[in-house]
Ligand binder design. Sequence first.
Ligand code: ATP
Length: 252
Amino acid sequence: MDPAPIIRVEGLAAGFGDRILMKDVTFDVARGEIFMILGGSGSGKSTLLKNIIGLYEPLAGRVLIDGDDLVGTTGAARERILRKFGVSFQSGALFGSMTLLENIVLPLEAFTALPPDAIDLVARMKLSQVGLGGAEARMPAELSGGMKKRAAIARAMALDPKILFLDEPSAGLDPITSAELDQLLLRLSRELGVSFVIVTHELESIFGIGDRVVMLDGASKGIVAAGDPRELRDHSEHAWVRRFFHREVVNP
Ligand SMILES: Nc1ncnc2c1ncn2[C@@H]1O[C@H](COP(=O)(O)OP(=O)(O)OP(=O)(O)O)[C@@H](O)[C@H]1O
């Protein structure tokens, strides 16, 4: 196994205008692990994710994706870095006027030189990998919430990325569907070696499939805890961190 981290965040500061949300944020994501970004509402989890994937530029510090920095990289070199990851945001809806298969075909047509029959085959394989084999001709509006999430993951995986970034993947799902989604992510991670960076609030997911986490805190503008979530739950010396993991009311 390659020991170099798939993602390295070094001394990152992020925010908007004069408002610094976080500073001195440093952590690595190891290859093949399920890494989670946790924290209270408004602590900057989504902002951190967007800094990592190059939607925002860090105010300070840097982010290396598989050794490469998106900042200052343009053209074909930037494309090459972007191809290493797939993204599925909460709002990352499927195109409603297209079938599921057409939704997966789209990035393959746009970014590969594969002939149409190979594209069709790959797209079907991606749907089958997320348990949607047989649903190729369905329209997004006909799908349950859990099926839509899985389809969005299939689309994010279309180009065989090494890393998948997911923003609150289980939001709005019932507990059983959410647990099924977790099992899918675990399988993709362990069988295909995909590395995951997931923003989530779901304690079941965090303890069930999270290998390591970082926890952001708005008050201290940075990471308050990092490591194995089960260890943090049971042994963190930080009262707020323990309360978060035990769902205790922080200010009763
Ligand atoms: N584009 C933007 N311009 C200005 N402020 C922003 C922008 N995006 C987010 N913010 C602000 O930054 C803060 C952190 O937002 P962010 O969405 O990163 O938090 P979060 O931890 O993901 O929150 P939640 O758990 O509620 O989704 C919020 O106060 C938000 O209003």
